[in-house]
Design a protein around this ligand. Structure first.
Ligand SMILES: *[C@@H]1O[C@H](CO)[C@@H](O)[C@H](O)[C@H]1NC(C)=O
Ligand SMILES: *[C@@H]1O[C@H](CO)[C@@H](O)[C@H](O)[C@H]1NC(C)=O
Ligand SMILES: *[C@@H]1O[C@H](CO)[C@@H](O)[C@H](O)[C@H]1NC(C)=O
Length: 188
């Protein structure tokens, strides 16, 4: 789900309405998506469960722009150790067949650390982590390892901006998420 700027024209009165996504409490917002770095030092399976309790999912990175955003968010999380983070990619269903586990779909993007997606490995059950020391490239890692993780949420449609015929802009609905915050990046 992506809201971006969905512009609809009300049938009467030439009123323009833009619906904007906001993020749940704790997440930061970038391009209508929501990211949350969690410093809990847990196994991959526990990371997935934790993100679900927060109403989201363990992050699945399916594009260069999501990878770049994730790197930006992680660079701002310098106080969290170990600086290793689970994402929702594993080959738990079928060795070396990397899937987004929530979506049960093969990956459509990857950013392997050199040749680490070693297809000859007979080790069963690998999950993917991003570490600061590898510049947040993807590494197959034993799923039982304890580390931190990033949750993802596709945003909630709560804020409606209304433009009337004089192009006057106002918020018609009150923000239910008071704490909606933008992700900030050093390099932007
Ligand atoms: C994370 O958990 C592992 C295993 O329990 C432990 O060895 C390590 O010290 C923990 N790291 C932090 C930063 O809590
Ligand atoms: C591993 O196999 C997958 C699927 O067959 C392939 O897309 C990928 O490029 C391979 N990775 C390496 C490092 O050879
Ligand atoms: C916003 O954050 C404050 C302080 O952390 C919290 O008390 C409040 O419940 C949050 N609001 C929402 C809507 O979650």
């Amino acid at each position: 789900m992506k809201f971006g700027l969905l512009v609809i024209i009300a049938s009467l009165g030439l009123i323009f309405v833009a619906i904007e996504a906001v993020c749940p409490d704790g997440y930061c917002r970038h391009s209508g998506d929501c990211y949350l770095v969690v410093g809990l030092n847990v196994s991959w399976i526990d990371a997935r469960a934790y993100c679900t309790t927060l109403g989201g999912f363990l992050l699945h990175i399916d594009s260069q722009s999501k990878q770049t955003t994730t790197e930006g968010v992680l660079r701002r999380s310098l106080g969290i150790y170990p600086a290793k983070f689970w994402i929702d990619v594993s080959d738990l269903l079928n060795p070396t067949d990397w899937k987004y586990m929530q979506l049960k779909q093969s990956i459509t993007y990857s950013n392997w650390n050199t040749d680490e997606a070693d297809n000859s490995s007979t080790v069963v059950g690998k999950c993917v982590s991003l570490s600061r020391e590898n510049e947040y490239a993807w590494s197959p890692t034993a799923c039982e390892q304890k580390m931190n993780f990033v949750c993802f949420h596709s945003g909630i449609e709560e804020r409606v901006r209304v433009y009337d015929r004089y192009r006057y802009s106002r918020y018609e609905m009150v923000d239910k998420t008071e704490n909606d915050t933008l992700c900030e990046f050093d390099y932007m």
